[in-house]
Design a protein around this ligand. Structure first.
Ligand SMILES: N[C@@H](CCC(=O)N[C@@H](CS)C(=O)NCC(=O)O)C(=O)O
Length: 266
């Protein structure tokens, strides 16, 4: 039975899952559900992912798993070789903490930058203020990540693994937005991007970048303005927009009904 990962190539969460599957030699298909990102996802994807979020892993009639962290745990249990986790319990906790911080506080920064630059949520002084906040935050995170790397070649320890696949999708995102790390963090980023698994997901993302040659950013902005494209302002993303000076962005999005929160499970 084939493995299906409902996905959007730009999603760092989908990238984590795909990297783990590729590293383990598990073949899969990665369809993009209709309406993803627009808040109008329907069909069997929603049965697998009641939050309407990618990634969701489906296999046959019985396997339906949502949330990238839960999916990674499932993959590790189901296809244990090669293990993505370090050997000791403390090291496992360390890389899981890395994953958690990247998926929550860090991801929100990249997402917020896209809201401003590509979805036109703010212009002029307000856009500059929010961008400056984002730049300062990323600088702080790069320092923190550098300290987490210490003298390791990989965030996971001696070998590539969970720690690395949890960080690289987010840092490749920031790099696209012009935030280049330095020193050993940059060396790690170059090293990790040479892996086949990482190159595959990075190239898939490159194809669909909002500012890429295949994208029609004006059409997207018009769809947002018309309320046909509702971006998901969930948990950390909402907090980020407010704490970074974008309270009015949230207010305006709510009044124009072009932002949304996670729906009631149905
Ligand atoms: N905690 C979830 C977060 C997943 C998530 O936020 N996915 C976003 C894409 S990056 C999504 O599918 N949003 C729904 C939408 O934009 O319509 C996970 O780790 O899988």
């Amino acid at each position: 039975m084939s493995v299906i990962v409902y996905d959007h190539p730009l999603s760092p969460y989908g990238q984590k899952v795909k990297i783990a599957l590729i590293e383990k030699g598990v073949t899969f298909e990665a369809p993009m559900p209709d309406g993803i990102g627009a808040g109008s996802s329907v069909s069997d994807f929603l049965q697998a992912s009641p939050r309407g979020e990618v990634p969701a892993l489906v296999q046959g009639d019985n396997v339906r798993v949502f949330d990238s962290t839960v999916i990674l745990e499932y993959i590790e249990d189901r296809w244990p070789d090669p293990s993505m986790l370090p050997a000791s319990s403390l090291e496992r906790a360390r890389v899981r903490m890395l994953e958690d911080t990247m998926d929550t506080h860090y991801e929100a920064i990249n997402w917020g930058i896209q809201e401003i630059r590509f979805f036109g949520r703010a212009t002029g002084e307000l856009a500059a203020k929010i961008e400056a906040e984002a730049a300062e935050q990323i600088g702080g995170w790069y320092q923190w990540l550098d300290s987490q790397l210490e003298n390791r070649s990989w965030f996971n320890g001696e070998q590539f693994g969970w720690g690395d696949l949890s960080v690289v999708p987010h840092l490749n995102g920031s790099r696209w937005f012009g935030f280049e790390p330095e020193g050993r963090l940059l060396e790690w980023l170059e090293r990790v991007n040479e892996r086949d698994s990482v190159a595959q997901v990075r190239e898939a993302a490159q194809q669909v970048r909002f500012d890429g040659p295949n994208s029609n950013i004006e059409a997207l902005q018009q769809a947002v303005a018309a309320g046909a494209f509702k971006r998901e302002y969930r948990d950390h993303r909402l907090e980020w927009m407010i704490k970074s000076g974008g309270f009015s962005v949230v207010e305006e999005g709510l009044s124009k009904d072009n932002i949304r929160f996670i729906d009631v499970f149905s």
